[in-house]
Design a protein around this ligand. Structure first.
Ligand SMILES: *[C@@H]1O[C@H](CO)[C@@H](O)[C@H](O)[C@H]1NC(C)=O
Ligand SMILES: *[C@@H]1O[C@H](CO)[C@@H](O)[C@H](O)[C@H]1NC(C)=O
Length: 293
């Protein structure tokens, strides 16, 4: 593992567990972050599914991903959900809080900024081409701020984009969600607690939680959602089932020219890409009857 390089931006993904095997969304998210300027991703691994294991081994050999082995289930009974009252267990959610803090300290001497979010979330700048230009704009405006809070937006995965143009045949054998097919953004519910995620300067943080800092040096700042917000592609919540309550947001499509070939490359390396006879000319053909609306 390369520890000596000073990186500008690192991403911490907290604990992988169970037989999680959402390979397509994982590869798309990591490649999206690479285009946004993330130099290193730290992933705590308790366990994962077989194809995801292969994908991550490739990333780890390349040096983009640093896997932290975390066999906590050999020692304690971790809860499989975030809600302690609901899920019980001896340790909250596989030690997510411990590992988030561990990742901050791990990056303290080597990263200017650390992003903290889950693998089904992308912290997306909407007015800058990458995360560093966003921070180069924000940081001088808020010189004493070490924690930038980013608003969440859900993109429910039960609604599919109708043309099916990114329902790509070479990804048919890849397990997981195709985030390019989910472009409907739900309105935030202002009546409930808004779960932010964060971009932090690691040296400004003493202790952190999942959605907010606990002990910091300097201030925190809520970033305006039109400047930067999260694309969080996941199962629908009951309140966001109706299409007419959703906004179309095709921000991810701005990147497909580079994103798709890069995702193909890592999937090919993992042995998961379906090789097509007339690539790349036939790559965007999709059968619209397969597309759910
Ligand atoms: C993740 O942990 C499991 C359980 O120890 C192991 O079998 C698997 O190979 C690990 N994957 C990676 C990419 O390190
Ligand atoms: C990205 O896409 C949006 C529409 O989704 C468009 O308005 C914008 O000009 C595109 N380009 C960039 C660089 O953001």
């Amino acid at each position: 593992m390369k520890h000596s390089i000073l990186t500008l931006t690192s991403l911490c993904i907290s604990t992988l567990f169970g037989d999680y095997n959402n390979v397509l969304q994982f590869a798309q998210t990591l490649e999206m972050y690479r285009l946004l300027g993330v130099n290193r991703v730290v992933i705590d691994n308790t366990s994962c599914g077989p194809e995801l294991d292969r994908l991550l081994r490739g990333y780890s050999q390349e040096g983009f991903v640093e896997i932290v082995p975390w066999p906590i289930d050999h020692h304690l009974k971790p809860s499989h959900g975030w809600s302690f009252s609901e899920h019980g267990g001896e340790l909250h959610y596989f030690g997510q809080l411990t590992m988030l803090n561990e990742c901050i300290y791990r990056n303290m001497e080597r990263s200017r900024y650390v992003l903290l979010n889950d693998i089904d979330e992308i912290i997306m700048p909407y007015k800058h081409n990458n995360l560093m230009s966003l921070m180069d704009k924000l940081q001088p405006q808020h010189p004493k701020t070490g924690v930038f809070l980013i608003e969440n937006r859900f993109f429910p995965k039960n609604h599919f984009e109708p043309s099916g143009k990114f329902h790509l045949p070479q990804w048919n054998g890849v397990p997981g969600v195709n985030i390019l097919e989910h472009i409907y953004r739900a309105k935030p519910n202002r009546n409930v607690y808004h779960a932010h995620k964060m971009i932090v300067q690691p040296r400004a943080v003493e202790q952190i939680s999942v959605h907010e800092p606990l002990k910091i040096f300097g201030g925190q700042f809520k970033v305006a959602p039109d400047l930067c917000r999260m694309i969080h592609t996941r199962e629908a919540l009951r309140s966001e089932l109706k299409l007419e309550e959703l906004h179309v947001d095709t921000k991810l499509w701005n990147f497909t020219g580079k994103l798709i070939p890069n995702v193909d490359k890592v999937l090919r390396r993992t042995g998961l890409l379906t090789e097509l006879p007339f690539e790349p000319q036939q790559r965007t053909t999709a059968n619209s009857s397969e597309v759910e609306t």
